[in-house]
Design a protein around this ligand. Structure first.
Ligand code: FES
Length: 163
């Protein structure tokens, strides 16, 4: 399922803790980094490696919203919908993203590049509206800025299309 290098990284993580199960969350972060999501097979594998049941792993994976329980696009857009962002136009940003990508929150664009999710406060309330794309913050969003960001993602992915 994973390369020897990744398995070594996971073993190193587990070894840092007094009991293997304590390393489960950083372990799951490695899986998600490698696969983009945490599949049922990966959950079973993680359970075996740390000596707990797959149901316990599933409980962790489904509790924390940062873990993806299904495949996502190359760019995971997490748009804040909490009060500061809402007051500063996050609904307009969401509508714009829906139109630009032809998807609703929770869906992935037809080209597989973008998955959009609405999330709670990202801790960037002072620069609302905010969203994260993968690990990067994008703040003070406007619809024009969103278009620039999406174009940059497409350029990076080598899929920019002429309009
Ligand atoms: S309310 Fe959106 S980042 Fe805090």
């Amino acid at each position: 399922m994973f390369s020897d290098e990744i398995i070594r990284e996971i073993d190193d993580i587990i070894a840092r803790y007094p009991v293997p199960r304590s390393g489960l969350i950083p372990f799951l972060h490695v899986i998600q980094r490698e696969q983009g999501w945490i599949s049922p097979e990966a959950q079973t594998w993680a359970a075996e490696r740390v000596g707990i049941s797959p149901a316990e792993v599933a409980g962790v994976v489904t509790f924390y919203t940062m873990f993806n329980t299904r495949p996502v696009g190359r760019y995971l857009l997490q748009l804040c919908r909490t009060i500061s962002c809402k007051l500063r136009g996050s609904r307009e940003i969401r509508n714009h993203l829906e139109q630009a990508l032809s998807i609703k929150p929770g869906e992935t664009s037809a080209d597989g590049l973008f998955t959009m999710m609405e999330v709670e406060c990202l801790g960037a309330c002072g620069t609302a509206p905010a969203m994260m794309i993968n690990e990067d913050y994008h703040e003070n969003l406007t619809t024009e800025r969103v278009d620039e960001i999406l174009a940059a993602c497409r350029r990076d992915a080598g899929t920019e299309v002429e309009r």
